[in-house]
Design a protein around this ligand. Sequence first.
Ligand SMILES: *Cc1c(COP(=O)(O)O)cnc(C)c1O
Length: 365
Amino acid sequence: MQPKPNIIHLPVYQPGKPVEDVKRELGLTEVLKLASNENPFGSSPKVKEAIARELENISIYPDGAAVDLTNAVAGHYGVNADQVIFGAGSDEIILMIARAFLVPGDETIMADQTFPQYKHNCQIENATIVEVPLRDGTHDLNAMLERVTDKTKVIWVCNPNNPTGTINTAEEVEQFLSKVPGRVLVVLDEAYCEYIDDPSFPDGVKLLKRYPNVVTLRTFSKIYGLASLRIGFGIGRPDVIRSINQVREPFNTSRIAQAAALAALQDDDFVTKCRVANKEGLAYYNRSFAELGLEAFPAHGNFIMVDVKRPAQEVFDALLRKGIIVRPGHRHYPTHIRITVGSGEQNEKVIAALTAVLQEIAIKV
Ligand SMILES: *Cc1c(COP(=O)(O)O)cnc(C)c1O
């Protein structure tokens, strides 16, 4: 049996080490995982009530079109119901966009250090990947524009960018969109937008009115704290959403996830509390890194990427021995680690551990 030639070299996704394994292997009683940008405050209590109510229906297939949730999201963002599509996480929307729009030989443009699912899914479709270097950790939209050809079909812009946490401003994104040919689909992945109160940050959903070739991705996994339930959505022009819907599996989001997302969307207090705590956490990290003589990229999501000036893997291993899991392994940033913003107490533990670790490992220039 021969799989598709273009998938033979694809890696199988390696999830972060489970907390239980780390505890057992290192003999630790407490392990703090700040490697996957999960919400340290869990999710809204209203979500748990909604899930409890939905439990009696688990033997029944979900509403494949997620009508109630679609209407709620459409109302929340001021768009029509035919402009919204749900996926098993926004990961699945990325997959469906690649599946719906790319044939072998099509070109697709993305940053060279960004969310890995764009490249992964485009490789599965055998599209030609055009990777454009980040500039100061930020999408270089002008350079991306220069790479547009007649064969370009999809451009991926992760804003804020994962893993660097940097943003492109509304002005930059608008300039870019005004020059991208209308036949090219521009995916604006705004998985962390609810954390941002910087007025220069663009809102992809609003941009859609002027630039109908935009599709904006959002998720319930981050500020809403529903990562395990796998639910995210895309907002775009009706015909774009229809194309994505044509490749969607009939029951791709579960009843529990739909009910939870509906409740999550209605709890503004929880979202505000998370946004405020995250902002305090980022300020604390920025102060602490400055005191440690370290530089971080300007962070806008619920994570921060810092140059520890030592091999990231060594710092990762040393932090792991102290019971803290962060994210190393970013190909163009061998001395950077990405840390998810935790609760105030968790952030203090990270800085205490990092302070000790930096003394153990010599600076490598
Ligand atoms: C976390 C994340 C997502 C989506 O996660 P899902 O859990 O699949 O919704 C999408 N894009 C970026 C940049 C992310 O960091």
